[in-house]
Each structure stands twice: as C-alpha cells, then as structure tokens.
Write a new protein. Structure first.
Length: 281
C-alpha cells in the first residue's frame, strides 16, 4: 500500500468515527509512524509502505478511531512553543492554558526574586513554560497524583529547568511548607460533575478524572485555593486561576472584598472569561 492509499483509507475510518479534520489527523499519524513530516507525505504519495509500517499505521488509526487522544498515541504535545511528554496520567496540555502562562510571564517579569507556587502541576506545562522563559525564577509545584509528578519531573529535566522546580505530593496546600510566594497559579479541576457526560470522548474517557472535576459544582478546589492564598502570598502577590465557562460571576464573588484587589478576567480566543487574576493587598 502506498502513502496516498493509506491516507485515504485512514481518513475514511477517522471520518466515520467523528474525528474532525480526518485527513489532517491521518497524515499526522502516518508522519509519526514513518518518523517524517507531512511535507514528505505530500511530496511522495506513491511511496510504498513496508508491511510492518502498514500494520503499525492501521493499529494507531484504530486507536484514534476509538477516540484515544492523538497526544496519547504519539506521546507528545506542543505547549507555549515547547515539546511536552504526554501520558494518560496527566491532563493533556490545552491551548487555552497558554493564556495563563502568558499573563503570568507578563506580570512576573516585573517582580524581583520570583518564586511561585503551582497547584495541580499535572504534566508540568505551566511551571516548566514559565521557568523556561524566566531564567531566574523558581517554583514549588504540587499535585495529588504521584504519576503526574513523575511526568512533570521528566518534562522539567528534558527542558532544562529541573534544578529550579521543586515537586511535592500534596492535596492543594496540605503539605505545602509555610512560605510566601510571589504568585500562586493553578489550572484546577473546574468542570462540574453534571457536565462530564457532555465532554468529547477524548477528554471524558481518557483524561484523569481528578484533573477534570472536583466531583461537585466545579468550584470546590477553586474555593480552597482562594481561601488559602492570602496566607501564602507576599504583599501584592498574584493569584491566577484558570476557570470554566460560566464561572466568572461566582469566582468574582469569591475574590470580592479584602484582602483582594485588581480583580480581572482574561478572555480566551472564544471570548470566554478563562483566567481569573487578582492581587492580595
């Protein structure tokens, strides 16, 4: 079977499975199997696949047709211009989370002696991206999942920031030592339990449940983070939390009054309030 025939067959299967842009995904999977790029596929449609490559390609197409995330199949995901290891033990890094990183970098660039706390580090994409861009910064990052912490460590090592990243197994602040940080950052599990069934299969069936929902209204962990943040932030310390659609009003109420000031909500590309930003007085 040549490249073009393989792509046509795979794209048809992915289309039938409800995959958006099936031809593009078919090409990306084949490029992964052949250890090449999509430009090679376009330039060499008559190139014959070896028997073992053909079998392997069919197996990964079947996995994708079963709605296993593309990132789990290839084991990688780009985030904020960096290449991250991805496994089923941590949430696949999302493009919308890059907004949190962008805001953090803008604000922390103006701060001396940057040490920040991340709650729910997962793959490490937030902390590692910030440390990669702020060469003097350090971070303490916590997660309830030991396998997720292991992934974060591997990503930190690969991307050269492990010496500035301290990882700790902790349920939110439970094991965090008494220390005051320049910022506290989090992409917490904010999806209400009632909404889990409406998620795409790639998310609902493959991402770790504890990274998606608190099992209630989606605000429980956010409340805990906000309640405990003032004692762990320096004067004028920064709090950044990624939130879900429709949660801005509730989160604004949680951040109303002392000791919070400068409460803002950054919009994602769809115009949805995605990142809550506040300072402690």
């Amino acid at each position: 079977m040549n490249i073009e025939a393989a792509l046509r067959s795979a794209a048809e299967k992915l289309d039938q499975a409800g995959i958006a842009e099936p031809r593009r995904e078919a090409a990306s999977l084949l490029a992964f199997i052949l250890k090449t790029d999509r430009a090679f596929l376009i330039a060499h449609p008559e190139h014959e696949l070896t028997a073992d490559r053909s079998i392997l390609y069919k197996s990964v197409v079947k996995r994708r047709a079963n709605r296993e995330p593309f990132q789990h199949i290839v084991g990688r995901q780009e985030f904020y211009g960096l290449d991250f290891l991805v496994t089923p033990d941590a949430l696949v890094p999302r493009p919308e989370t890059e907004l949190l990183v962008e805001i953090a970098l803008q604000k922390l660039a103006q701060v001396d002696d940057v040490r920040f706390l991340e709650i729910g580090v997962g793959s490490g994409c937030i902390s590692v991206s910030i440390l990669h861009n702020l060469s003097e910064a350090t971070s303490l990052a916590v997660d309830l999942s030991r396998p997720a912490l292991e992934i974060a460590l591997r990503n930190a090592e690969t991307l050269g920031v492990a010496s500035r990243l301290q990882l700790l197994e902790s349920n939110v602040y439970e094991s965090v030592p008494e220390e005051q940080f320049a910022a506290i950052l989090s992409n917490p599990p904010y999806i209400p339990r009632a909404d889990i069934g409406d998620l795409q299969p790639e998310v609902r069936d493959f991402d770790p449940p504890i990274a998606l929902t608190d099992g209630g209204d989606g605000l429980a962990i956010i409340r805990t983070i906000i309640d405990g943040a003032p004692a762990r932030l320096r004067a004028n310390g920064l709090l950044l939390i990624e939130i879900g659609q429709g949660q801005a009003t509730d989160v604004r109420e949680l951040l109303s009054g002392d000791p919070w000031s400068d409460v803002q909500f950054a919009l994602d590309l769809q115009g949805i309030p995605r990142v809550a930003v506040a300072r402690v007085r």
